[in-house]
Design a protein around this ligand. Structure first.
Ligand SMILES: [Zn+2]
Length: 447
C-alpha cells in the first residue's frame, strides 16, 4: 500500500489573551502522540499526589484523579505550579453543589461558588458526563467547568482574597491542515483509516463525490484518493469537526476533483477546478457507501447485477435496513406492494421524462406515500428482500419516458458554473488549495 500522510505545520487560532508561550506549548502538546500525552498528564497529575503522600496528606486529599489528557490545557493555563489537582465526573442526578462538595468544598462555600457563577452561567445546566476540575496552587484555588467547545467557566479565589470571582474563558481552537492520500486495496474505510482519516472526514469525502462516483457498486481495487482538509481541535485535543478544502478521487482511472470555494456572502460550496458546481440533478447511487458495502469481498456473497437487457435495472447488495436515498428531487408516484418487486417506490423527477424505481424494500421511510415531494438524498425506505428476492438488496431502475435504461448512459444536464464576476476571486482562492493537494504527487513518485 503506497500511503503518504503529511502534517502541515500547525496553525493555532489564538482566541485568548495568553501569550506566545502558551501557543508554543499547545502546538508542542498537539504534536505529541496520544501515549506521550497520557504519560505527561500522568506526571502532571500524580506528582502532587506523591508529594502529598510523602508528607502524610490527610485522607480527604487522597483522591486520585485518573490521568486524562483532557485536562492538560487547564493545567497549562495555571499561573503557578499546582500543589493539588482533582476532577469529578458529573453523574446523572448530581447537581453543582454536590459535585463541588465532592471536590472538597464545604456546603457554604459550594453555595457561594454557584451563586458567584450565576452571573456568567447557570450551574443548574451542568450535564452528566462532563467534569469539574479543581486546582490548588500557591496563589489560590481555581475551578473549571467546560461549558462547550468554545467556553470554559472559571471560578477562582486568590490566596489573599475572601471572595470568589468568576469569568467565562475562551477556549483555544486549534486548526490543523493535513493532506491524506491512500490507495484502496480492500475497502475505502480501511485505506482511509490507514492514513489517519477519521470516519466523518471519510464520509464527507464520499458525499463530495456522490454525484460522480457510485461508491456502492463501482469502486475498484487500485482506486485512490487524495484529500487536503482542516481539522478543528479543541484545547483538550478532541476533534470537533473537519472541513475538506480540496480533494481528488480516482475511480477506475477517471480523475475527479473538487475544491471548496467561499462565496462573498460567507457561504461555501464545492466546485471543479474549472469552476463548475459539483452538484448535479441526480446522485450517482441510491445507496450510500458504507463500511460493509465498501468491501469488495461482499460481492462474492451477493452477486451484483449490472444493467443488461435481461435485467433492466441495477442491483445494490446491501444489508437489510440500509437506508435508500432519492436519487433526485421529485414526487412519489407509487409507494406500495408491486408483485415480484415487493415493497416498491416510483419517483417522478423534475425533468418529467425521468423517473426512478426502488424495489424489494423492507420498509418505507416515515411519511413516504403517493403524492409526497422528496428531496435529493432524502431517505425514502430501507433495503430488504420483499417480493422475489433471494437476499437483501436494492433493485434500482432509472427510467426515461417510462422505460428502464442503463443509469450510466443517462446524460445529465451540465452543472452550474461559478458566475463570471466571481471567476478571478474563485481562481485566487482555489489555486493554492489545489496546489497543496498536488504537492504530494511529487513525493509519491519517490515512495
Ligand atoms: Zn435486480
Amino acid at each position: 500500500m503506497s500511503i503518504f500522510v503529511k502534517n502541515n505545520p500547525s496553525k493555532v487560532m489564538q482566541r485568548s489573551s495568553a501569550g506566545n508561550f502558551l501557543r508554543l506549548a499547545l502546538t508542542w502538546l498537539t504534536s505529541l502522540s496520544r501515549l506521550q500525552r497520557v504519560a505527561l498528564a500522568a506526571v502532571i497529575i500524580f506528582t502532587p499526589f506523591f508529594i502529598l503522600l510523602s508528607h502524610g496528606g490527610d485522607a480527604s486529599n487522597a483522591y486520585v484523579s485518573t490521568p486524562h489528557e483532557e485536562w492538560l490545557a487547564a493545567d497549562i493555563q495555571q499561573p503557578s505550579i499546582a500543589t493539588s489537582s482533582k476532577h469529578v465526573v458529573i453523574k446523572s442526578g448530581d447537581h453543582a453543589i454536590s459535585v463541588l462538595q465532592k471536590l472538597g468544598f464545604n456546603l457554604k462555600t459550594a453555595r457561594l461558588m454557584v451563586s458567584t457563577a450565576t452571573k456568567r452561567y447557570n450551574l443548574k445546566d451542568i450535564r452528566a458526563g462532563k467534569q469539574f476540575k479543581r486546582i490548588d496552587s500557591a496563589t489560590g484555588t481555581d475551578v473549571y467547568y467546560n461549558v462547550n467547545s468554545e467556553q470554559r467557566l472559571h471560578l477562582q479565589k486568590r490566596r489573599n482574597e475572601h471572595q470568589w470571582s468568576c469569568t467565562m474563558d475562551q477556549r483555544l481552537l486549534l486548526t490543523h491542515q493535513r493532506v491524506a492520500s491512500g490507495i484502496i486495496h480492500n475497502s475505502l474505510f480501511a485505506a482511509a483509516e490507514g492514513v489517519g482519516l477519521d470516519q466523518r472526514t471519510t464520509m464527507n469525502l464520499v458525499d463530495l463525490f456522490s454525484w460522480d462516483i457510485d461508491f456502492a457498486r463501482n469502486m475498484r481495487r487500485g482506486d485512490s484518493f487524495n484529500v487536503l482538509y482542516e481539522e478543528h481541535i479543541d484545547d483538550h485535543g478532541n476533534l470537533l469537526n473537519s472541513t475538506i478544502l480540496a480533494a481528488e478521487f480516482v475511480n477506475r482511472g477517471e480523475h475527479y476533483k473538487a475544491v471548496r470555494y467561499e462565496q462573498l456572502d460567507g457561504s461555501s460550496s464545492y466546485y471543479t477546478p474549472k469552476g463548475k458546481s459539483i452538484r448535479k440533478a441526480y446522485l450517482k447511487a441510491p445507496v450510500k457507501f458504507s463500511r460493509i458495502s465498501s468491501r469488495f469481498t461482499t460481492r462474492r456473497l451477493h452477486p451484483v447485477l449490472g444493467y443488461t437487457r435481461a435485467h433492466r435495472g441495477v442491483d445494490y447488495a446491501a444489508s437489510s435496513g440500509t437506508p435508500i436515498h432519492a436519487l433526485g428531487d421529485g414526487v412519489i408516484r407509487f409507494a406500495g406492494w408491486k408483485h415480484g418487486y415487493g415493497r416498491f417506490i416510483l419517483i417522478k423527477h423534475n425533468n418529467r421524462n425521468h423517473s426512478t424505481a426502488y424495489a424489494h424494500m423492507r420498509a418505507f421511510a416515515r411519511g413516504i406515500k403517493r403524492g409526497v415531494r422528496v428531496k435529493q438524498g432524502q431517505v425514502i425506505g430501507y433495503v430488504g428482500m420483499s417480493g422475489l428476492a433471494t437476499g437483501p438488496h436494492l433493485h434500482f431502475e432509472f427510467r426515461v419516458r417510462g422505460v428502464a435504461v442503463n443509469p450510466l448512459t443517462v446524460k445529465h444536464p451540465p452543472a452550474r458554473p461559478i458566475i463570471a464576476s466571481q471567476r478571478d476571486r474563485f481562481m485566487q482562492q482555489t489555486a493554492p488549495l489545489l496546489g497543496q493537494l498536488q504537492q504530494k504527487n511529487i513525493l509519491e513518485t519517490w515512495g
